[in-house]
Design a binder for this molecule. Structure first.
Ligand code: ADP
Ligand code: MG
Length: 244
């Protein structure tokens, strides 16, 4: 694989006696969209959280954009600026307007002036279909709208990789489509993405590669048609029988 964006080698993560990641190897190429699937508790969130050091690995190596994330000497704040993350529960600042949520990081980190950040914020809101919500408070938005704001906020730092951890799992069914549309558009524009999701339709349509994790390991991976239609591993088969 050329132009590796993410290169994870033999990643282990223990929480006390709980060995959650048991030697994960995981690569993502530039512009690639990888959908990560697997049973609850298999370590998907922990893997994503290790990628931007919300968790520190017990052992193993994580290289992102040529930076060794697992090296304590790496400036993790700088590395994180290039990694956008979107969570299941949005995590918007409810005391700030939508616009302020989006402006915050680039202004605080001295990337943009307040005016530039506002201008960019409006553009990003337009891109996620919420141009009229700049001055709105998060509480006044639906879940799907909040999640699209969260995506716009992550994009405000111009990340070159986006991590999504079950971005539509907390949404009412009628909200899911709008959020997936925004993600599809991002993928088409060439964003490198790692997406944990149970939306198999999205995976089939958008993923370049599907990675199946079980019990702290990557068990199987391949193109969506290959993994969904011809799973090789019994655990992949059992999982897909349940979710599809
Ligand atoms: P998934 O996202 O695939 O459902 P997780 O990565 O969230 O799986 O969790 C895998 C395992 O790690 C679970 O057993 C969970 O209880 C444990 N775990 C995750 N985060 C923590 C934490 N901060 N402290 C202790 N245990 C954790
Ligand atoms: Mg999870």
């Amino acid at each position: 694989m050329t132009n590796l964006k993410v290169d994870v080698t033999n990643l282990k993560k223990n929480f006390g006696d709980n060995h959650v990641l048991k030697g994960v190897n995981f690569k993502v190429a530039d512009n690639e969209v990888v959908v990560l699937i697997g049973p609850s508790g298999s370590g998907k969130s922990t893997l994503l959280r290790c990628l931007n050091r919300l968790e520190s690995p017990t052992s193993g190596k994580i290289i992102i954009d040529g930076r060794d994330i697992s090296d304590p000497k790496t400036d993790i704040d700088l590395a994180r600026q290039n990694i956008g993350m979107v969570f299941q529960h949005f995590n918007l600042f409810n005391n700030l307007t939508v616009g302020e949520n989006i402006e915050l990081a680039p202004v605080e980190l001295g990337k943009l002036s307040k005016e530039e950040a506002a201008q960019q914020g409006k553009k990003l809101l337009k891109a996620v279909g919420l141009e009229d919500k700049f001055s709105a408070m998060p509480q006044s938005l639906s879940g799907g709208q909040k999640q699209r704001v969260a995506i716009a906020r992550a994009l405000a730092m111009k990340p070159d990789i986006m991590l999504f951890d079950e971005p539509t799992s907390a949404l009412d069914p009628e909200m899911v489509g709008d959020v997936l549309e925004v993600m599809k558009k991002l993928a088409k524009e060439g964003m490198t993405m790692v997406v944990v999701t149970h939306e198999m339709g999205f995976a089939k349509e958008v993923a370049d590669r599907v990675v199946f994790m079980a019990d702290g390991k990557v068990v199987e991976e391949g193109q969506p048609e290959q993994v969904f239609d011809h799973p090789q591993n019994v655990r992949t088969k059992a999982f897909l029988d349940k979710v599809i």
